[in-house]
Write a protein that binds this ligand. Structure first.
Ligand code: NAI
Length: 343
């Protein structure tokens, strides 16, 4: 019998509870040995206990070191700071792994198999920003500080290069803007080139590209890339772009990985426009659950889950609205469970 694995479960905001229910149904059908400790965060945390990241949630992840998380709402402009960013900081989840793989063939871009590795803790996301008042305008000037460190860049690049070797990637491309932000993103580029020369040369091909050219190339010919590794903000933007290449945000999973914990989630947010309507596509979170199974070395279960998702979408043709279908979240979950159970 497989040993039980304690894990934290955060259903999250908006469509979170709906896609989490669908994902739990699939994991139950697989008899995945997770023992869930349910916790809250984000808007749900604010509403229930007045805190977007309650201590009990932090304590739970500190104990389990493993979490599956629905999206958490963050107000734009004012309000509280993103609980997602705080979770990454709290558990030093420095690597964000975002694979984009074509599951439904025949789309605008076919046969995509790309992975974006994003630095998750530094850069322009550190939250050092403020307004400066001039005369009677309190928001006359806005300032932000970005910080990238040699050690932080190296840790992330090493993670990416090791992942490339372990998964047989042929080419890694460092994405930067060192022509303009010569220090901030130059340090990342320089560290990557140096690390490659000293430790990884010959194990895969290394290339570099400026972020704006990369965006264009991804749309013209995404097949020229294999793995993209980049700083925080660029990685955030590019991972949504590559999600678009494989059918949209409903198909894009993500893993936040650090030395002492890992949190798995969909790339997308809480989708308030469709929340509570039984319309959301749970595939991204299901694929994140497959990454979580890989992470705890339950590779057979991860493979069974991915195969069942593929069969539900492509053989049974059960698809949610974002993929051009008419299935509800629950109908998709039911079809998937039946695929898992009956093959
Ligand atoms: P979003 O990703 O929630 O939605 C963008 C568009 O994609 C919407 O039209 C939505 O309906 C659609 N969409 C997203 N996921 C879908 C799914 N599974 N199935 C079908 N359609 C889907 O981005 P938005 O609206 O910018 O952000 C909403 C909230 O989510 C914000 O408060 C934001 O801060 C938060 N957010 C949280 C993230 C996280 O927890 N990791 C990541 C991104 C945003």
């Amino acid at each position: 019998m497989t040993t039980e694995i304690p894990a934290t479960l955060i259903p999250g905001d908006g469509i979170g509870p709906e896609i989490v229910d669908a994902t739990l149904a699939a994991l139950d059908a697989l008899k995945a040995p997770f023992v869930w400790d349910r916790q809250i965060a984000g808007l749900e945390g604010v509403k229930t206990v007045g805190d977007p990241l309650p201590q009990a949630t932090l304590d739970s992840i500190r104990r389990t070191r493993l979490a599956l998380k629905g999206p958490l709402e963050t107000p734009s402009s004012g309000g509280y700071r993103s609980s997602n960013v705080r979770l990454r900081e709290e558990f030093k989840l420095y690597a964000n792994l975002r694979p984009a793989l074509t599951i439904i063939p025949g789309g605008r871009f076919d046969k995509i198999d790309l992975v974006v590795v994003r630095e998750n803790l530094e850069g322009l996301y550190i939250g050092h920003e403020h307004f400066v008042q001039i005369d009677d305008d309190p928001h006359a000037v806005a300032m932000a500080t970005g910080i990238n460190t040699r050690a932080g860049s190296r840790r992330l690049l090493e993670f990416a290069f090791e992942h490339a070797v372990a998964t047989g990637r042929k080419k890694v491309t460092i994405v930067h803007k060192a022509n303009i932000m010569k220090a901030l993103t130059g340090i990342f580029l320089e560290t990557g080139l140096d690390l490659y020369e000293r430790k990884y040369k010959g194990r895969f091909q290394l290339d570099t590209v400026i972020i704006d050219a990369c965006a264009m190339k991804l749309v013209l010919n995404p097949w020229q890339f294999d793995m993209l590794v980049t700083t925080n903000l660029f990685g955030d933007i590019l991972s949504d772009l590559v999600a678009g290449l494989v059918g949209g945000l409903g198909m894009a999973p993500g893993a936040n990985i650090g030395a002492n914990a890992a949190i798995f989630e969909a790339v997308h947010g809480s989708a308030p426009d469709i929340a509570g309507q039984n319309k959301a596509n749970p595939t991204a979170l299901l694929l994140a659950a497959a990454m979580m199974l890989d992470h705890v070395k339950l590779i057979d279960l991860a493979t069974r889950l991915r195969r069942a998702i593929d069969a539900t979408l492509n053989i049974d043709k059960v698809r949610t609205g974002d993929l051009g279908g008419s299935a509800t979240t629950q109908a998709f979950a039911k079809a998937l469970v039946s695929r898992i159970t009956n093959g």
